[in-house]
Design a protein around this ligand. Structure first.
Ligand SMILES: Cc1cc2nc3c(=O)[nH]c(=O)nc-3n(C[C@H](O)[C@H](O)[C@H](O)COP(=O)(O)O)c2cc1C
Length: 169
């Protein structure tokens, strides 16, 4: 099975971890790539979120309320060559950041397997699996994986990723 990880992740100041140079979700995305051989694709907005946590929250809420599709630095043209698509991001107010939808909206998911994952600080996967079922028409959405952002460097988190990837593969 050929696979790709489509994800969003933000460094800078964040809840529970202070200032970080690599986003929590990026750490998990890299574990997935390590265990599955998947390619990595990060959804980076042209206009980055504020480096300040509180400002970032305001920006995220505004984007969600308007159901925005922020412009990305680059896009995947298609996913024809992949069987499985890991989709992940931080939980922002109960959902993925809007940047994920900027990319997903452009892709054809018919016949694909979608594997949701998220990092969070208490919400778990929240509504992400249900949202992906609605947005990725024609895909089979599998069990998801949720890891606490502050715990991404713990061995137990890395092991949880390994077990999840192996179980689904
Ligand atoms: C704007 C914003 C909104 C957030 N909303 C939630 C939330 O609703 N539930 C939750 O559990 N964590 C929430 N968090 C925490 C993040 O999901 C968590 O820190 C995540 O690991 C960040 O991943 P990243 O470093 O890859 O961006 C929020 C963080 C930010 C910055």
């Amino acid at each position: 099975m050929k696979s790709i990880v489509i994800y969003f992740s933000r460094a800078d100041e964040n809840y529970a971890v202070g200032n970080i140079t690599k986003g929590n979700t990026e750490v998990i995305a890299e574990y997935i790539a390590q265990f599955s051989g998947a390619k990595l694709f990060r959804c980076d907005p042209v206009v980055p979120y504020s480096a300040n946590y509180r400002e970032c929250c305001k920006e995220a809420v505004a984007k969600q309320r308007s159901d925005a599709r922020p412009e990305l630095v680059s896009y995947l043209d298609g996913i024809e060559e992949y069987d499985a698509v890991y989709v992940g991001g931080p939980i922002y107010c109960g959902e993925y950041p809007q940047e994920i939808y900027s990319q997903l909206d452009r892709l054809d998911f018919v016949g694909k397997t979608v594997r949701p994952f998220a990092t969070h600080e208490g919400s778990g996967l929240a509504r992400c699996a249900e949202v992906l079922k609605a947005k990725c028409a024609g895909a089979t959405v599998t069990d998801g994986l949720a890891i606490r952002g502050r715990d991404v460097y713990l061995d137990e988190s890395k092991n949880a990723v390994r077990e999840w990837v192996e179980r689904l593969s």
